[in-house]
Design a protein around this ligand. Structure first.
Ligand code: CU
Length: 287
């Protein structure tokens, strides 16, 4: 059993355990409704997962980040594998042997009944609509042109960055990463939502693929838990309580927030440069 936390600044990983069988047990703050067998686990900055991995052969298992990287100039995908670590499995039989237990995907009725209380809210209209975008001011023209070329081809998930240099060419003074409240027109720190303990709040987030520099953003909410009820119109068939969710480019994601924790809080993109360049908002929860 592995407890995974992505503490990287920007990179989303696609983790593979050398072809070993794997199942996802839990997300950021709870178990899933049921265990799910997967070939890899996608983990964005600040997301957490608990996975069970079954090692049934005597051999080395490489832990890798196995991705499809993109050449932004030519729009060509290239498989890339980054070696993160190695697990050595010896010949001795494990005692006790969890093999027979592993093959069953357990149902977690405690999580299912907890979530059942929230199903009545799944189809409600969003209380807030956020658009993820970016604004640039006073960037030298040649950098703007290069960044435009750099984003000729934009995959939903930026597994690699074809031009890390781009990130060094601008600062938080020239680039504003923006959370735009589409209902009020307010942006980022000018947003101050007011909720009450006991509210169930739906936030619909759209990551604008036509923005100047589209990329995926891990959206993180402080102090409360939420469900991802829907992505791009598809209902989520297996939920866990979360506090961070990656929003791919061009996607619309609906979060249902269980408001329980009074105070003054923030929500933000968990990529540190984006946060620093404005991609945060505040909300208050009254008792
Ligand atoms: Cu971001």
């Amino acid at each position: 059993r592995f407890s995974l936390t992505n503490v990287a600044n920007t990179r989303t990983f696609n983790l593979v355990f050398g072809g070993a069988k794997m199942k996802v047990v839990a997300g950021d703050v709870s178990k899933y409704e049921r265990e799910q067998f997967v070939e890899s686990v996608v983990i964005a900055p600040a997301e957490r997962y608990i996975v069970d991995v079954y090692f049934d052969e005597e051999r080395e298992y490489a832990i890798t980040n196995s991705i499809q990287s993109i050449d932004h100039f030519r729009g060509v995908f290239v498989p890339e594998t980054h070696h993160l670590g190695t697990i050595m499995v010896g010949s001795e039989k494990a005692e006790p042997d969890f093999g027979s237990q592993f093959v069953k995907a357990l149902e977690f009725e405690d999580v299912q009944s907890d979530i059942a209380d929230f199903r009545q809210y799944f189809d409600k209209q969003p209380d807030h609509n956020l658009r993820l975008t970016v604004e640039v001011n006073d960037l030298p023209r040649w950098i703007v042109m290069m960044m435009e070329v750099d984003t000729l081809f934009v995959p939903p998930m930026e597994w690699n960055d074809a031009m890390p240099m781009m990130n060094w060419l601008s600062s938080g003074e020239q680039v504003d990463w923006v959370l735009l409240d589409e209902d009020t027109g307010r942006k980022s720190m000018d947003i101050n939502w007011n909720w009450k303990v006991g509210d169930v709040v739906k936030i619909r987030i759209f990551n604008d693929p036509k923005s100047f520099h589209p990329m995926n953003h891990p959206f993180h909410i402080h102090g409360q838990r939420f469900l991802v009820t829907e992505m791009d119109g598809q209902a989520n068939p297996n939920m866990a309580w979360k506090d961070t969710q990656i929003i791919p480019v061009g996607s619309t994601v609906e979060l249902l927030v269980d408001v329980t924790n009074p105070g003054k809080w923030m929500a933000h993109c968990h990529i540190a440069e984006h946060l620093h360049a404005g991609m945060m908002l505040s909300f208050t929860v009254d008792e």
